[in-house]
Every structure is written in structure tokens, then in C-alpha cells.
Design a protein around this ligand. Structure first.
Ligand code: GLC
Ligand code: CA
Length: 583
């Protein structure tokens, strides 16, 4: 990919964009039922990007919206019972069309969340498939008669067969095979029993899923966030997984038979072809591209990176979740960043994420008395200045935290199952967006309790308050996003590390090719709680001279004013410093 600023128009939009994930239940309620909805997202679009770079607007370029399809909500929408409609709770298909039009008017792209590994057990396909062993849709799901019962000869043949293998349902902490009494076979559900897994080896099923993809692309969505792509295909012999030592998230199994089968890549390639058909002239018009961003559920960065395809013919991006598991350390982050850059195939484009709807928010993960807020700034500056597409999670821009949830308020099936261990439940990171200081934080108006409680600190920590405060985290995010927009080198420039974690400092330079005449930017992030004297001393020897040759001025930072020379040689605790140098 060219990285000259003057060729910027040739760079696909999704490589330059800042993405923002919305969990629709928790963003904005408009009809007073305590649950966020699509009209709520429409109402808040100007906050996300008003298309005019107004001071009141965050300036993100693309949204990923978590599922809003009709669903019994066992897993809050990740259990779909109709792929081509909107749940009445969230509004209507017409609302979605309006949302799309209104977003596009403001230059906001929209990708939607598609869950193609499983349906709800209330999906008509499953109802039909489970009606009889001879149902024409039987093979759309995964059925198994089970293994002969132990001591069956002793107890007669009436005993239920044993489960076919040792695969596990992660949200139930039980075997993943569920006995279907009527047809006397097991079906597979590796999340909950209400999420039966479809059979991707069945060609009719495949076509049905591709039709679903076409449905929303035809409506004009800019792409998909694909749920658990590495899960689609299971071992054709249903072999048991070998045991492993890793508890979370692997549940002590090496997932070589229930996930990560090689055939899955064929499906990704087919999906890519389908998506590419919507932008036949993408080479000349990269802004037409529709994209696939896949969740590869694994802690193995190498495995996730493979889903770009070695010829870059699979997913546009496989989520890089490595930051979700890093301790607060410049060195750890440096290693994590390099791990991803090294793992992705040549020509693939990197991405980074600090928080999402499945993991504790990073604001709380990196809590440190007196320094939590400062760390949030360091984290934001890193996320928004690295080479790679950043994904923000709603509310991180105002420092939303994880809220401990009382047992009676629990919603997440996994949280209920693992109570009272708080580490696993996902409700704490899904609480309603904090818009203002009113009793329900502006999330809902008519007095009905929101579906999850709202933290008490929302009175102080909310969009309205932070908008007014030039030193707020929200304005810090805004400024970084604006800097990214203004200086395309932050979007597409190459990255060279200047300090790889020495003294808890992470520093890097972003440049484009020399003949281009565009500025370079250097980023210094002090992860430590101590000042570092004479920080330039820690520059990598090969970079020190080059750095000194240039004339750097402050572009942006937590401790220095823009436009000044670098000044003080000391980097303060948790200081963020962006320098710019004209070539
Ligand atoms: C993905 C989603 C998660 C959901 C699961 C089952 O991991 O991110 O929220 O519960 O898939 O669909
Ligand atoms: Ca509502």
C-alpha cells in the first residue's frame, strides 16, 4: 500500500477510519422502556460526528453496531431468530434505513454485527430442523446420536446415550451437546443451549447465510463485524479436544476440533468475494469498499492474523485482541504491538482495541489510585496514534468504568453462571452511556429503570460535563481524533520505534516517504508513575542522531502547550507528548 500523503485518496477508508462500537441496548433509549434503540443512535449521531468537525462532536468515522435483530435476548441479540429484520425492542427496519442514511450524511460508515455460527433456538430454521429427523432442514444444524451409554447392557437400552465428545459450552460451563428429547439426538451449542450451531458444511445453509449478507449490503451497510469466525467449521469426525493448562478463555482444552478448522478459511474467502462484488472498482474507488472485520475468539495472535488470508483474500481485518490482555507496562505493549505487526501477512492492515462488550473496560483494568485518568489518556494516545485502525468502545471517551453488579441485577448468562466470581460476567462493561447529570444519565427519560444500573458517578462523569471542560478526557479524545484527521501521517504513515519500553516509556515516529514533504510526528508516552529525566537519552542509538537533526515542536500533549519547542528534558509521570517536525 502506498503511504504517500498525496496518494491518500487511494487508501481504503477503513484503514484511515476511527471505529466506534455501539452496544445498542445501552446507548440511548427513546421510548422509555429502559433499553436503548435505533432511534436513540440516530438522535446521538451528531455527538459521534456531525460531519462538520464541530467542537461538540467526537469525530469518529465508522460505527460497529452490536446485534439488533429479532431475538429472544438470551445472549442479548447474539442469538438471532430472524436475520433480516430489526427487533421491535430496537425499532423497525425503517429506523435502520434512516439510521444508515443519517449516518452517511455525516460521513459515518456503519458496519453491523452478524452472528453466523449459531442461531437462536427460536429461529424458524431450528424449529423446522428439530421437528423430525427427516426434516429437510435437519442437516442445517449439527446433530449426533451420541455414544452408547456406559453399562448399557446392564441397565437395558433405555438409558440416554452419552455426549459425543468433550466439547464445552462456554457460557454454561457444561458439555456442549444438548439432548433433544423428541428426536432423540444431541444438537451442538457451544455458547448456551439456546444458541444451536449451524452446519456450515451444508451447502444450502451456506447459501442462505450468503443471502443474509447480501440483504444488508443491498441496503447499503458498509460491512460486517463477523461473530466468532474461527468457530464456523467443526471437525467432521467430532473428535474430542486434547486437554490443556489454560483456564480462561479455553476452559482447559486445546480447541483444535471444535474451532479453528482449516476449512473455515474457504468460507472466509467466499465471503470476501461476495463482499468485493459490491465494490467492483475498488482499486480506483477504495471508498466504495465494503468490509469484513472478524472476531477470532482466541488469545493466539498468530491464529487470528491468519484470517486475513495469506493473499489478503479473506477478512479485511481480524480483530486484534492482544491489548485486552496486557498488563500496564510500556514494554508489554511494545511487545504486543510487534507481535501483531509480525503476525499479519504482508499487505494486511493492522488494528487495535482496548475494550469491547465482552471484556472489562480498560479504564478499570488499568486502575491506579490518583493515576487512573492519566493512564486512560496514555492508553488513548497510544490507540489513536499507532499504525493501525483503532476501535473505540462506547463510553471509553469519557472514562466509563466497570460497574459491580448486584446478583439481582445480573443480566448476562455467563455472569449468572459464574456468580459470585466477578471476573467473567459481562454486565459491568455494558452499563448505559452516561450523557448528562439527570437521574438516568440522559440515557432514558421517562423514569423506567434502565436494563442495567447506572453508576452513581454518572452525575459527574458524563458527556455534558466533559464537553464544557477543556481538560476532560472527552476533549482529549476529540483532540487526538482531530489531530489524526489533520495529519494523515498518523493514519497511514510508517511506524518506527524510538523507545521500546525502556524506563516504561513507549516512543515511536510516524513518517511518510521523504520526497513527500509532509511532516513526521513523534509520540512519547510515559507509562510510569515517575518522571524520567533527560528522556531523549533513552532513544534507540540508531534513532538518536536522526531525532536530534530535526526541529521538533509540540503538537499536542498533557503537560506542554502546542506550538512550543520541546522544552523541558523531563518526561512527567504519565505524560503524553506528540511532536511534529516539518521535513
Ligand atoms: C461473541 C460475542 C459475544 C457473544 C458470543 C456468542 O464472542 O462477542 O458477545 O456472546 O460471540 O455469540
Ligand atoms: Ca427503548
Amino acid at each position: 500500500m502506498s503511504n504517500r500523503i498525496r496518494d491518500l485518496h487511494k487508501v481504503p477508508w477503513w484503514q484511515r477510519a476511527v471505529f466506534y462500537q455501539i452496544y445498542p441496548r445501552s446507548f440511548q433509549d427513546t421510548n422509555g422502556d429502559g433499553i436503548g434503540d435505533l432511534p436513540g443512535i440516530i438522535r446521538r449521531l451528531d455527538y459521534l460526528n456531525d460531519g462538520a468537525q464541530n467542537a461538540a462532536s467526537l469525530g469518529v468515522d465508522a460505527l460497529w453496531i452490536s446485534p439488533f435483530y429479532p431475538s429472544p435476548m438470551t445472549d442479548f441479540g447474539y442469538d438471532i431468530k430472524d436475520y433480516t429484520d430489526v427487533d421491535a425492542m430496537f425499532g423497525s427496519l425503517q429506523d435502520f434505513k434512516t439510521l444508515l442514511t443519517e449516518a452517511h450524511k455525516r460521513n459515518i460508515r456503519v458496519i453491523i454485527d452478524l452472528v453466523l455460527n449459531h442461531t437462536s433456538d427460536q429461529h424458524p430454521w431450528f424449529i423446522e430442523a428439530s421437528s423430525s429427523r427427516d426434516s429437510p432442514r435437519r442437516d442445517w444444524y449439527l446433530w449426533h446420536p451420541g455414544r452408547p451409554p456406559r453399562f448399557g447392557w446392564l441397565l437395558g437400552q433405555r438409558r440416554r446415550p452419552r455426549k459425543p465428545n468433550n466439547w464445552l459450552a462456554i457460557f454454561e460451563l457444561k458439555g456442549a451437546w444438548w439432548w433433544h428429547r423428541q428426536t432423540r439426538e444431541y444438537y451442538l451449542g457451544t455458547f448456551t443451549r439456546s444458541q444451536p450451531e449451524v452446519n456450515w458444511r451444508n451447502l444450502e445453509l451456506r447459501e442462505a447465510m450468503y443471502d443474509v449478507m447480501r440483504f444488508w449490503l443491498d441496503l447499503g451497510v458498509d460491512g460486517y463485524r463477523l461473530d466468532v469466525v474461527n468457530w464456523f467449521i467443526k471437525d467432521d469426525q467430532f473428535r474430542s479436544n486434547p486437554w490443556s493448562m489454560v483456564m480462561s478463555p479455553d476452559l482447559f482444552q486445546e480447541h483444535i476440533y471444535d474451532r479453528n478448522r482449516p476449512e473455515t478459511h474457504d468460507i472466509c474467502r467466499r465471503m470476501r468475494t461476495l463482499t468485493d462484488e459490491y465494490a467492483p472498482d475498488a482499486r480506483r474507488r477504495p471508498n466504495d469498499e465494503r468490509i469484513l472485520v472478524g472476531e477470532v475468539f482466541s488469545r493466539n495472535a498468530g491464529l487470528a492474523a491468519e484470517f486475513h488470508g495469506y493473499n489478503n483474500d479473506e477478512l479485511h481485518m481480524a480483530f486484534n485482541f492482544d491489548f485486552l490482555y496486557q498488563p500496564w507496562s510500556a514494554r508489554a505493549f511494545h511487545q504486543s504491538i510487534m507481535r501483531w505487526y509480525d503476525a499479519i501477512p504482508a499487505g494486511a492492515w493492522p488494528n487495535f482495541t482496548l475494550s469491547n462488550h465482552d471484556q472489562p473496560r480498560h479504564y478499570g483494568r488499568y486502575r491506579k489510585p490518583l493515576f487512573t485518568e492519566a493512564r486512560a489518556r496514555v492508553a488513548a494516545a497510544m490507540l489513536l496514534t499507532l499504525k493501525g485502525t483503532p476501535f473505540l468502545y462506547y463510553g471509553e471517551e469519557i472514562g466509563m468504568d466497570n460497574l459491580p453488579i448486584r446478583r439481582s441485577d445480573l443480566q448476562d448468562p455467563f455472569g449468572k453462571k459464574t456468580w459470585p466470581i466477578r471476573k467473567f460476567g459481562r454486565d459491568p462493561e455494558r452499563t448505559p452511556m452516561q450523557w448528562d447529570s439527570s437521574p438516568f444519565a440522559g440515557f432514558t427519560e421517562h423514569g423506567r429503570r434502565p436494563w442495567l444500573p447506572i453508576p452513581r458517578n454518572s452525575v459527574r462523569r458524563n458527556v455534558e460535563v466533559q464537553r464544557e471542560d477543556p481538560r476532560s478526557l472527552l476533549n482529549f479524545y476529540r483532540a487526538l481524533i482531530a489531530a489524526r484527521k489533520k495529519h494523515a501521517v498518523l493514519q497511514i504513515g510508517e511506524i518506527t520505534f524510538l523507545i521500546p519500553g525502556t524506563r516504561n516509556i513507549l516512543a515511536y515516529r510516524r513518517d511518510v516517504q521523504h520526497d513527500d514533504g509532509s511532516p513526521s510526528i513523534a509520540v512519547f508516552l510515559n507509562f510510569g508513575l515517575r518522571r524520567v529525566l533527560d528522556f531523549q537519552r533513552y532513544l534507540h542509538p540508531s534513532e538518536r542522531e536522526r531525532f536530534a537533526e530535526r526541529n521538533w515542536t509540540v503538537l499536542f500533549g498533557t503537560h506542554r502547550d502546542a506550538g512550543n519547542a520541546v522544552g523541558l528534558p523531563t518526561l512527567q509521570a504519565c505524560e503524553v507528548l506528540l511532536l511534529v517536525s516539518e521535513n
